[in-house]
Design a protein around this ligand. Sequence first.
Ligand SMILES: NC(=O)c1ccc[n+]([C@@H]2O[C@H](COP(=O)([O-])OP(=O)(O)OC[C@H]3O[C@@H](n4cnc5c(N)ncnc54)[C@H](OP(=O)(O)O)[C@@H]3O)[C@@H](O)[C@H]2O)c1
Length: 330
Amino acid sequence: MAALRLLVVGGTRFVGRHLVAEALRRGHDVTLLTRGRTNPDLFPEAERLRGDRRQGGLELLRGRPFDAVFDTCGYFPAEVRALASTVAPSVGQLTFVSSISVYPQPVAPGTDESAAVEVLDGPVPESGEPGEAYGALKALCERAAEDELPGRVLHVRPGLVVGPHDPTDRFTYWPRRIAEGGPVLAAERSQPVQLIDARDLAAFMLDLSEAGRTGVFNATGPTRATTMEQVLTACVAASGSDAEPVWAGEAFLAEQGVESWSELPLWVPAEFAGFLQVDASRARAAGLRFRPLTETVADTLAWDATRPPAERVDLLARERERELLRALGV
Ligand SMILES: NC(=O)c1ccc[n+]([C@@H]2O[C@H](COP(=O)([O-])OP(=O)(O)OC[C@H]3O[C@@H](n4cnc5c(N)ncnc54)[C@H](OP(=O)(O)O)[C@@H]3O)[C@@H](O)[C@H]2O)c1
């Protein structure tokens, strides 16, 4: 297809970074707007505008024609509205990177795009850290974009995004820990783990944007999610390690005060497991494809090995893991 003029607000950390890399690979003309703080030397082949979207930076975009715009770093409705209204007269379509966190917890398994979204209780903040209000604010961001560009917005709601350059260490913990070998503390072998490789997400967003598609799409893994056991098996296969998962079970972990998700990565108590079983069949029908899990694991492990040690954070510290394994008699 002919090269498009694309604007990415953001684009140098993780999700946006893969999007920009893929857009350039496809031969598009890409302009980035960032503050120049996160990996400022990336993508010399793109036009790199420097500005803070929250502090006047959007003026650099006024009147500039683009075929499509991607907002990968919108967290507050005021900033999304400001971007959408600034570009409205001179762009075709806008893709807003939202989240499945728009659905109130606990999310029912099989939740699709028709489900109600979370409603913010109290005043709407305009900046700072979204914190607990993250999902409700994303829902308001979607609405703000739609108000300014009616019928011209593609709302993509990713679930857990993983792969190289993931700054959270949530998924990366597992390939790294399994590669070290030995007994490995894990939660429940049959727990669903629904995830999407950031590169598959990037390709999907570009495909839809190139086709001028709009509307709302959950962008997660298959509804019949992978299990935690399959994730760990893929990690063993990628590293050839002698690791052996020790399935501690939810009751033991709760009794020991282990925090789900934030301390033992990817562990979600059964009550909240619907969050990892969202229905992405609409996106599948529109072309979303998933690479094999083993490829995601291998590439994540290879990338992780290139990171400075201080950046590689084990959410569950080794010492704490040893303590918990001892309590299990291992
Ligand atoms: N990770 C997940 O599992 C997950 C799941 C669901 C949804 N999401 C959504 O996916 C997106 C992921 O974000 P990402 O960080 O990976 O995207 P990214 O586009 O790769 O990185 C964030 C970008 O925003 C720029 N930026 C931050 N504040 C800015 C400002 N005030 N003005 C201009 N540029 C600014 C940063 O550059 P500078 O710092 O240089 O400004 C950086 O380029 C988010 O919208 C998130 O809500 C993520």
